[in-house]
Write a protein that binds this ligand. Sequence first.
Ligand code: HQG
Length: 185
Amino acid sequence: MNQKNTNTVSKFLSLVLRHQPELIGIELDNEGWVDVATLISQVNAHGTPLDMALLERVVETNSKKRFAFDEGKGRIRASQGHSVAVELGYEPQTPPEILFHGTTERFLNSILSTGLEKRQRQHVHLSQDHATAMQVGARHGKPFILTVLAAEMHAAGHVFYLSANNVWLTDHVPVQYLKYLPEIL
Ligand code: HQG
């Protein structure tokens, strides 16, 4: 199984474990988990060859560690990024002083009027480092990085979570906590 095929499986898993489990006739529990044996058999039944060895490789080698097994490897889920309603069960965390959000210029007017919204997903996604935010933003066009005054937000009562794959999650970032501060990068 080469890298291209591993990526294909990873993209397909993102689709069914975050957005459309019904595509292959699986259901996520309310924490986003699905039984591994069921997943493997349903992925195969829908035309993508997958066995446990390949699934383990995808989980281990995935560049963003998007998927996680539970302790006994009986269940698997996406660690963040869902559009379907899930309760991931992460504990609230104290964020660093600042976090970054990578977006693109055409969204700016709207973001600067309503703040950062979660849109289709369950949370607003924030990055701990500028380079990661650049990659996130580049998915939408020419990247534009916003700095989020996370510690100030937290002090004001906003709740932050850190996903198993180190993505910071929050519900909404009001405009007053957004800055464009290239001089601090
Ligand atoms: C924008 C990927 C207009 C927001 C990444 C973003 C991440 C607004 C887009 C994860 C807005 C939503 C999530 C507002 C936010 N007006 N646009 N008020 N508020 N937006 O893909 O953060 O590779 O749902 O700036 O790495 O780009 O899939 O969110 O541009 O961790 O594992 O609306 O997905 O992870 O886009 O990315 P997305 P995102 P994976």
